[in-house]
Design a binder for this molecule. Structure first.
Ligand SMILES: C[C@@H](N)C(=O)N[C@H](C)C(=O)O
Ligand SMILES: [Zn+2]
Length: 252
């Protein structure tokens, strides 16, 4: 009898605790994003170190001292400044137009100035339940040369003799993702080298044109400019101030 009673008590405890395990709703995810958004804002505006957020637990964030030592031109690993971005770094896989993995590491590196503007843009997207997802960030010059050899068309690949703003750490290839981390429809895949990827191509459903518009207007508001032929590519204003780089990215 004693054992049966103990079994009933144990069973009720297990049942009760399972009921308490609530599924996180999209609204709660958004609230969490807005919270980390405020943390990121604080970091950028005051240079004060970061609080722990659930998303930051697996990332070694930059310390307050490190952040204070950064110049606008310092290359930073974006996820160590703000953990609320999403990544699908295509050139660190074989799923790209080169059909080759040309990066050893899938970290997104950019100049600190670029990172600060990206955080501001992402904070604005987060208020609408969206986030920036990166396809590419800093790209060494030797990779630019490789791309140019395969696709020597200035509309889609910058001429390495002049250097791409990706080589300067001031350009990024991005899209938007929603609260379920699903990317928004933009009309073509990333690196679709054709008219349909141009900003002037309007023969697309309104929902897609609106998604492109949302991305472009918010990026422009935060100091980025687009090129006519790729909906995903954005350059930081005054990119020319930063030299072309050729260092290899490693994840150590
Ligand atoms: C290759 C493509 N993703 C890209 O970034 N193109 C621009 C024009 C560049 O190479 O800078
Ligand atoms: Zn690009």
């Amino acid at each position: 009898m004693k054992y049966i009673l103990a079994l009933i008590v144990f069973g009720s405890i297990v049942l009760f605790s399972c009921k308490e395990k609530k599924k996180i709703t999209p609204k709660e995810i958004q609230e969490n994003l807005v919270e980390t958004n405020d943390v990121a804002k604080e970091q950028v505006e005051s240079g004060v170190g970061q609080k722990d957020s659930p998303a930051s637990l697996n990332v070694q964030l930059y310390s307050k001292e490190e952040i204070e030592s950064f110049k606008d031109s310092t290359f930073v690993i974006l996820k160590k400044l703000d953990t609320t971005f999403l990544y699908s770094m295509k050139y660190a896989t074989k799923d790209n137009f080169l059909k080759e993995q040309v990066y050893d590491c899938d970290d997104c590196l950019v100049r600190y100035k670029t990172a600060k503007q990206l955080i501001k843009a992402n904070n604005e997207f987060k208020k609408a339940g969206l986030r920036i997802l990166f396809f590419d960030c800093y790209r060494p010059l030797y990779v630019q040369k490789k791309m140019w050899k395969i696709y020597p068309d200035k509309r889609y690949v910058a001429d390495p003799s002049k250097g791409s703003n990706h080589n300067r750490g001031t350009a990024i290839d991005i899209t938007l993702a929603d609260l379920k981390n699903d990317t928004l429809a933009m009309g073509t895949p990333f690196d679709y080298f054709g008219k349909k990827a141009h900003h002037a191509y309007l023969n697309l459903p309104d929902s897609i044109l609106n998604n492109r518009k949302k991305l472009k207007s918010t990026m422009e508001k935060h100091g980025f400019w687009s090129i006519t032929s790729e909906w995903w590519h954005y350059n930081l204003s005054q990119s020319y101030k930063y030299p072309v780089s050729n260092f290899k990215t490693t994840c150590d």
